[in-house]
Design a protein around this ligand. Structure first.
Ligand SMILES: Nc1ncnc2c1ncn2[C@@H]1O[C@H](COP(=O)(O)OP(=O)(O)O)[C@@H](O)[C@H]1O
Ligand SMILES: [Mg+2]
Length: 599
């Protein structure tokens, strides 16, 4: 039972629990004492016509009721406090855990499910825990206490209570067995609804453009209907319980009056005792009712608890080493040694035996058709995934031997899909370096060719960026993402297809400005356009996850068929011819490059 593992987060609340136990005891004792006094008032006060007994016992009853009420308020207060506090703690724990997850764990859980677990599931636990703390502590006291009291009052009528409680247990057991499997289903359906909703809302623009509203609506309706069906089923079961309970209660009362009246007639029972017996019987039935509610609620919460525990139990696959090594150099040399990588669950590796070196002061470019593994390759450097085989060295230290924080501190990464956060333009650029001054921010924006459009915004650097950067264009987003990486001033720059949304002129200007800014740094560029990387000191050509050529533009034109194919599809005859004619001059330089890789 993973659920039990959550108990450790409960430890800080153990004193609350003890206090609640004491208060609950007070409350039930008070409740159980009342019918006794009532019997006395009826038997001695009313039947025996002694007004003193009525007055004094009435006063005592009032005080006991007040005391019981106060205890109940205390229990309610503490129960809410513990339940909400516990839920907050769980949310905190889950969030911290999820933050430590690598992309692998995100793939296994799915974002929608992680969100449901962090919200709906914890809410479920909180609700049930609050109820549990109020009912579960009280019900056993009350049930046992009421049965004993009733038996002491009128043993001759105990069989009525036995039948009532027996029937009750039968009904509860039936409900329990039918309802439990549905609860697991319920949370899964919430997950699914969440997934569908998320997908539809984030893809709304595409849905509109393709006029697929009705299709998506049907998808949503199905998910919604499934959830509603199961919910209805569960709720109907629960609702049946109420009339069944009332019936049992009423039948019990009638039976007590019926049998009691005969006994009173025979003089073997006093009228007050019969009424008190009736109250105890009600209390006992109520106690069993509470226990039944607990039995139905707990499995539901435990499904949620299981799902929460599952997240908390998952260890992030990418962890810091026990004894991290700090790279002695601070240059940004990146080496791939026989690197093979496959995504978890995939049969075939995506990258096969890659060997190359990216040297500080040079630009290393990666080209290849889509799906050839370029993004995967650069994602391995900041350790978003761990290699399956081989090693990646940064400044001659294996990336797995470094602290992730140290490793990532030296990398400026611009992802293929630019991501902005809500805030303003400056916040987004300063994300790279929170200590950056206004001048540094402007400089980074300038280099990234973003200052023009930032200048046109109403509030310049302070212009708001909405969630996900929805209020700027794709190209503007990319430029801000580039500025963010530049503001960080790392040793290693990774641009994963970051220039693709830029027009040719901006692309050219950006590269010229970057060249100066990144002098002496290691620059890795994934690109679609040959023109973006034509000047790169080294171009790595990927095909189906293997390197099929390395060298400069002109070298590759001569030696690499795949590269020639890509280049000839993009460049004019004249450009190709010019590059080939330069080959002879550059051949020597190119040779030097490959031998001079060790710095
Ligand atoms: N998260 C993932 N899980 C499983 N397979 C993936 C994942 N991301 C990419 N792939 C697969 O890896 C291959 C290379 O993808 P990618 O590196 O994105 O290519 P590129 O950037 O060159 O277009 C593709 O065949 C793709 O299907
Ligand atoms: Mg890619």
């Amino acid at each position: 039972m993973k659920t039990l593992k959550l108990l450790k987060y409960f430890a800080p609340y153990k004193w609350f629990l003890i206090l609640m136990l004491i208060l609950t005891y007070g409350q039930t004792t008070a409740t159980l004492a009342l019918p006794d006094y009532m019997a006395r008032i009826i038997n001695q006060g009313i039947v025996g016509q002694d007004s003193n007994v009525i007055f004094s016992n009435g006063l005592i009853m009032l005080l006991i009721a007040l005391f019981g009420g106060a205890c109940m308020v205390g229990v309610g207060y503490l129960a809410s406090k513990v339940a909400t506090g516990f839920a907050m703690r769980l949310r905190d724990e889950i969030f911290t855990k999820v933050e430590s997850f690598s992309l692998l764990e995100f793939n296994t859980f799915s974002t929608a499910s992680l969100i449901t677990r962090c919200t709906n599931d914890i809410q479920q636990i909180q609700t049930v825990l609050g109820m549990l703390l109020r009912l579960a502590l009280m019900a056993p006291f009350m049930g046992v206490g009421a049965i004993i009291k009733a038996y002491q009052l009128a043993p001759s009528m105990a069989w009525i209570m036995a039948i009532a409680i027996g029937t009750l247990i039968l009904i509860i057991a039936t409900l329990f067995i039918t309802a439990i499997p549905k609860f697991t289903q319920l949370q899964k359906l919430v997950d699914r609804l969440n997934l569908v909703t998320r997908e539809i809302l984030t893809g709304l623009r595409v849905i509109r453009a393709f006029n697929t509203e009705s299709y998506e609506e049907a998808k949503f309706k199905n998910a919604n209907q499934d959830l509603t069906d199961v919910n209805l089923f569960v709720n109907r079961l629960m609702v049946i319980m109420q009339p069944a309970m009332m019936l049992i209660l009423n039948l019990t009362s009638i039976a007590v009056v019926w049998v009691g009246a005969q006994q009173i007639n025979m003089g073997s029972l006093q009228i007050g005792d019969m009424l008190a017996f009736m109250q105890y019987a009600m209390q006992a039935i109520f106690a069993f009712l509470m226990i039944s509610i607990i039995f139905i609620m707990v499995p539901r919460a435990s499904v949620s608890a299981e799902r929460v525990a599952e997240v908390l139990d998952t260890e992030a696959t990418i962890k810091d080493p026990k004894r991290p090594i700090k790279a002695p150099l601070n240059k940004g040399l990146v080496e791939f040694k026989d690197v093979t990588f496959g995504y978890a669950g995939a049969e075939e590796p995506v990258l096969h035996h890659l060997n190359f070196t990216a040297v500080p002061g040079e630009t290393t470019a990666f080209v290849g058709s889509t799906g050839s593994g370029k993004s995967t390759l650069v994602n391995l450097i900041p350790r978003f995934y761990d290699v399956t085989d081989g090693t990646i060295l940064v400044d001659e230290v294996n990336v797995r031997d470094m602290r992730q924080e140290d490793l990532r501190a030296r990398i400026g990464y611009v992802s293929q899909k630019a991501v902005l956060f809500s805030g303003n333009v400056e916040d987004n650029i300063k994300y790279g370096d929170p200590k950056a001054t206004r001048d540094e921010v402007s400089h980074a924006a300038e280099i990234a060719q973003a200052s023009d459009f930032i200048g046109q915004l109403e509030d310049g650097l302070e212009s708001p960026i909405s969630q996900g950067g929805a209020n700027v264009s794709g190209g503007q987003k990319q430029r801000l993402a580039i500025a963010r990486a530049l503001a960080k001033k790392p040793e290693i720059y990774i641009f994963d297809d970051s220039f693709s949304s830029l027009d040719f002129k901006t692309d050219a200007n950006l590269r010229k400005a970057l060249e100066k800014e990144t002098k002496g740094k290691t620059v890795l560029i994934v690109a679609q356009r040959i023109s973006t990387i034509i000047q790169a000191e080294k171009i790595v050509v990927l095909e189906a996850g293997s390197i099929v050529g390395q060298g400069t533009h002109s070298e590759l034109l001569r030696t690499c068929a795949v590269y020639r194919e890509i280049a000839s599809s993009q460049l004019s005859e004249a450009e190709l011819a010019r590059a080939l004619s330069e080959t002879d001059d550059q051949a020597y330089q190119g040779g030097q490059l490959s031998t001079g890789e060790a710095l």
